[in-house]
Write a new protein. Structure first.
Length: 270
């Protein structure tokens, strides 16, 4: 049986954990199902894999990438760095280096990055489903595997970013438990808010970063936006053939955290 327990750290900050009641450890149960949310607030879902390359992925490989992904627009992202020379001429040496390939699908809903040591695949809103995201991640991983020939996986990440526009009569407290601190006794209310916690999962090779943000978006009209960022990551290096077997556990953790943390998700987003 799993329960949600609210605890507080030494500074009094709210913490959330999902426990197995008998063992006091997080329990991964793939027999458990989660509600399908017709209006899920997901604005981006990401699968990212970091590998230890044995081959150098370089900008000359662009033609190969284009051939493998004809339905994607391919661009090279660059990194600029500047070095200042303290002399009478006060010259500035600006260096440009290749950083990654950025690919965008024809409909603009899938975005991928192929870098020297990692591959990341994002699905933007409207979110489809896990199966389609996984298919695209596998396609890009196979190309990264061919080009970079990694000998190990350093880290895997499964990240889901949700966004809710708050109405004038709503606050972050209507959706999450640890919302901005109120100074209403002084006549002040928080306009923006940022909080991030890291949760190691005892007994499992994973950890979770949970971020919560309230920001004001000005143009064309002022809007308050609540962002909930759930990022599940592996801890420790793993063999190449383990990457796909880790993903079901990571998806379960993401779902468990979302439904434990978000208030009344099944009624607000159905």
């Amino acid at each position: 049986m799993t329960v949600v327990r609210t605890v507080f750290d030494e500074l009094g900050y709210h913490r959330m954990a999902v426990f197995d009641k008998e063992s006091q450890m997080f329990k991964i149960d793939h027999q458990k199902s989660f509600p399908a949310l017709r209006n899920a607030p997901i604005v981006e879902a990401v699968i990212q894999i970091f590998g230890t390359p044995t081959k150098r992925v370089h900008d000359g490989m662009k033609d190969q990438i284009v051939r493998r992904f004809p339905n994607y627009q391919v661009a090279q992202t660059q990194r600029l760095s500047a070095e200042f020379e303290m002399s009478a001429s006060a010259t500035v040496d600006v260096q440009q280096s290749w950083e990654a390939f950025r690919l965008v699908s024809a409909d603009g809903k899938y975005v991928a990055q192929l870098g020297p040591d990692s591959v990341a695949v994002s699905r933007l809103a409207p979110y489809e489903n896990w199966s389609n995201l996984l298919i695209e991640a596998e396609r890009f991983w196979s190309v990264f595997f061919e080009l970079a020939a990694p000998n190990a996986i350093e880290r895997i990440g499964v990240r889901y970013i949700s966004q809710v526009e708050l109405r004038d009569d709503e606050s972050a407290n209507d959706y999450i438990d640890d919302a901005p601190v109120s100074l209403s006794v002084l006549g002040m209310e928080a306009e923006t808010f940022f909080h991030k916690d890291t949760f190691p999962i005892v007994g499992h090779p994973f950890k979770v970063d949970l971020g919560r943000v309230v920001r004001v978006q000005e143009p064309p009209l002022p809007r308050r936006i609540l962002i909930v960022d759930i990022d599940v990551m592996t801890t420790g290096q793993m063999p190449l053939d383990h990457w796909k077997s880790r993903l079901p556990d990571m998806r379960f953790i993401k779902n468990e955290v979302f439904f434990a943390f978000m208030k009344n998700a099944t009624t607000k987003f159905c």
